[in-house]
Ligand binder design. Sequence first.
Ligand SMILES: Cc1cc2nc3c(=O)[nH]c(=O)nc-3n(C[C@H](O)[C@H](O)[C@H](O)COP(=O)(O)O)c2cc1C
Length: 198
Amino acid sequence: MKKPTNNNYPINELLKHRWSPRAYSEKPVETEKFQSILEAARWAPSAFNEQPWRFIVGVKGDKTWDMILETLVEWNRQWAGKAPVLVLNIGKKTHTRNGKNNVTFKYDTGQAVAMMVTEAVNQGLFGHQMSGFDAKKAAELFAIPDDYQAITVTAFGYYGNTDELPEDMYKSEIEERKRRSLKELVFSGKFGEPSNWV
Ligand SMILES: Cc1cc2nc3c(=O)[nH]c(=O)nc-3n(C[C@H](O)[C@H](O)[C@H](O)COP(=O)(O)O)c2cc1C
């Protein structure tokens, strides 16, 4: 289903068509398409080029997928249980070069995931990120070392059937996408002072 942005200024087609659906098709994702999504993450920028992101990938039918699904809160499990690919997004908390805390590890990992969901659109797929999961359980199930932290889960797949969603999810699936205006977000001079750019 298409749910393009109602943008005020022109943006590229991939950004225009990215959104976070909940109605996934069970159609498997082709290996080469998912490889492109992973490759997109690789080329994300990061502080000191640390590349703190790590990914545990589960494909429906394998044990990893079952384990990632098990970490999700019940509400997310309801819809993400159809998605053919689930990815646990993990960040490394320290810099490899000096062992010091990497204060941007979540920021950088988020950028890599943003690249993935954008590349997904390029591949005719969708990605939907989730913070509604149990990071502690994920750490236990996947034996994640202390120096790393599970941050989010992303579901990937083809669009499915909107009508199969439970009522509350159906409502948000079809409703118009909303955003704050740039005026609320962009300042000049002091914080909160309107900018001439928008
Ligand atoms: C870090 C993060 C966590 C999110 N957690 C959830 C979640 O647990 N469950 C869910 O259904 N959607 C989740 N979302 C999706 C957001 O609700 C969605 O991105 C937002 O409403 C904007 O909609 P759009 O992505 O379609 O533009 C999350 C998104 C992000 C970026």
